[in-house]
Design a protein around this ligand. Sequence first.
Ligand code: A3P
Length: 285
Amino acid sequence: CLPMKPLSRPELFDFEGVSMVHYFTDNWEKVKNFQARPDDILIATYPKAGTTWVSYILDLLYFPIYMRVPFLESCFNLIPSGTELADNLPTSPRLIKTHLPVQLVPKSFWEQNSKIVYVARNAKDNAVSYFHFDRMNMVQPEPGDWNTFLQKFMEGKNVFGPWYDHVSGWWEKKQTYSNLLYMFYEDLVEDTGRELEHLCSFLGLSTPVQEREKITKGVQFDAMKQNKMTNYSTIPVMDFKISPFMRKGKVGDWKNHFTVAQNEQFDEVYKQKMKNTTVKFRTEI
Ligand code: A3P
């Protein structure tokens, strides 16, 4: 991470076959050799699928609010890199987040058999959310207008590569790696309490019902939007005048963005790109 380089919108480039920006590859040697521990919990997602939501839920299950969840591959000069933060986390388990596609995850996580919570969100809402995020986040590439962004999304020209490969790659991994819980954003919106119960049983936590109910309430969209610890309002690279980080938190907001023609084109591309995977999404609930 170059200490004096000013933060600016980066260019996409090919990195081991995945579109990336330098903020997530500058620290690559350390990311690659990052030492996972058997009790680590890795939160893995495609950007904008509900990372913050599930990080916060896990945080509330394990730690007081002031403990952080480092972003493993991040390397901004404003704060210590993800690997540095993770290396210095005093907690056990450590909560670490990543947007890396499955093939780029440091191998020690597999060697250590760490628990992994993957969150996936339907492609249409994920694309809309990613578009607004790229508009307001000055360390993401310039998204252009909605149609330009959507075309790029279908081509997989986003930071962290194609959504299609990400969700299906992690889905395949789940078939052979049993310490992976694959969650859906839509299920979380539909019934947060039920999903929290699944999460607790995956983690082997016997969190009492009362505590779980408190957490379920505390992680609802409005509560997290008001909370400075979770709404990202303290991060200087984000321009909330353009769009807030906690934007809508809905399933089906894509209907307010896609034209009929865009929707037809998207469905066609989707069918093609997802023909070899069994993972199924809901675009409304
Ligand atoms: P929208 O832009 O559709 O509102 P990530 O944390 O992976 O970047 O994902 C951000 C998306 O998750 C945003 O989606 C954000 O509003 C949504 N989100 C965060 N917390 C949420 C919650 N408690 N309930 C519903 N959606 C939430």
